[in-house]
Design a binder for this molecule. Structure first.
Ligand SMILES: [Zn+2]
Length: 406
């Protein structure tokens, strides 16, 4: 069993320890020390990184063996470490400080939710960028979030001492501990935030709430077990606020407005866009109407029907389809249309009652082009590899149709 130095002194960064064992594990080489200040991943808090020995053997992951109570230090290269020898070890202080800020912040936040609204915390997760707690409740309002964030930050500004205490489960119950773990233990390790919160926890915490820096709640979302609250503390809160500000400033520049006006401006622009799209659709329909009549006036003859063959360099599939429909619905006709643009396409259509087969004609055309599409007897559409071949394809199809009709 490894003596856990962080248990009583989470600020002990450098320490001497003896290598007890070096093990080959499924996920790497693990070093067991007789004592360690390295925190192993547990209770929602990720592992510490750091180094062992003057050669600086990197510790890249730390796990605990729950059965033996050993702390497993995964290293990149164990060849410079020898069993039985003493080494100077150190965890990476910046990473640990960040974890202590997030973790102690979580205690404050969970206690504030409990005290203000009786929402108990059912789980905690610390990610690389942000942290989350899951609350046992159906919903949290924006007003409740604001109230909890305010109280939590006031506790931070009050710089209350955070101390470690030990008690039996019975003693803990009589002390009003917020959450007592289910697993039977002789002694519980309690984290005491003076006159605010007392909770059983095995993690690492700051010395006083002022060291948390600040708490910023980011968002809430419904999850299976309640409501997930995302938050950041300390330097993460500053970095997140900086990133938010940069993004908002950027967006404000796009709209030539103040950053706080961005939501209002974006709603306005979206509404204007929707309006413009409606007008555009109406205008295109009018253009199609006019062009349909114009094309039919100058159309070729195909038996007793009319034949319109045309390539539109600047139009899209939706437009040529609309045009084909307008023509074939207004007079007995066949329309063989194609377009260029980003998606060169073909549309073949005939009026209901005519006896050609647009689907079959399209199939032949697409086979020659090596593209995909389809349709029925009266209406078919497909893709073309490029504008040039889209233009050529309707001429070829028209020749086929005319030779089979005459
Ligand atoms: Zn804790």
């Amino acid at each position: 069993m490894t003596e856990r130095l962080y248990y009583t002194d989470p600020f002990l960064q450098t320490f001497e320890a003896r290598v007890v064992d070096v093990r080959s594990m499924p996920n790497g080489t693990a070093v067991v020390l007789d004592r360690s200040a390295f925190y192993p991943t547990s209770g929602g808090q990720p592992f510490d990184t750091g180094s062992i020995g003057s050669a600086g053997v990197r510790v890249v992951n730390v796990e605990e063996d729950e059965v033996t109570g050993e702390v497993l230090h995964y290293v990149e290269d164990a060849s410079k470490l020898h069993i039985g020898e003493l080494y100077e070890c150190a965890y990476d202080a910046e990473r640990r400080r960040d974890h202590m800020q997030q973790h102690t912040g979580q205690h404050v936040l969970s206690a504030a939710f409990e005290q203000l609204f009786k929402f108990s915390t059912v789980s905690f997760h610390m990610g690389d960028e942000s942290c989350t707690i899951d609350l046992d409740t159906d919903g949290v309002t924006a007003g409740q979030i604001a109230a909890v964030e305010k109280v939590a930050n006031e506790i931070i500004f009050g710089d209350r001492p955070v101390t470690i205490r030990f008690a039996t489960p019975d003693e803990a119950r009589s002390m009003g501990v917020r959450k007592i773990p289910a697993a039977e233990r002789e002694k519980l390790r309690l984290i005491d935030i003076e006159n605010f919160d007392l909770n059983a926890c095995g993690g690492t915490h700051v010395r006083s709430t002022g060291q948390i820096g600040s708490i910023l709640i980011r968002k809430t979302e419904k999850v299976r077990q309640g409501v997930r609250v995302e938050f950041v503390c300390g330097m993460r809160a500053v970095a997140t606020a900086r990133r938010d500000s940069t993004a908002l400033t950027d967006a404000a520049g796009v709209f030539s407005t103040h950053m706080y006006e961005v939501p209002q401006q974006s709603r306005k622009v979206l509404e204007e866009l929707k309006g413009a799209q409606k007008i555009q659709a109406k205008l295109l329909e009018e253009v199609a109407e006019l062009q349909a009549a114009q094309f039919l006036r100058s159309a070729l003859e195909l038996g007793s029907a009319k034949l319109v063959v045309h390539f539109f360099a600047e139009r899209d599939l939706a437009f040529i389809r609309m045009l084909a429909q307008k023509m074939t619905r207004s007079e007995p006709s066949v329309a063989l249309l194609s377009c260029g643009g980003p998606q060169p396409s073909l549309v073949f259509a005939q009026s209901a009652g005519l006896t050609h087969d647009m689907g079959a004609l399209m199939k032949q055309t697409l086979q020659a082009l090596g593209t995909r599409g389809g349709g029925n007897k009266d209406m078919a559409q497909g893709g073309a590899p490029d504008a040039e071949r889209a233009e050529h394809a309707v001429t070829v199809a028209a020749e086929k149709l005319r030779s089979s009709t005459s």
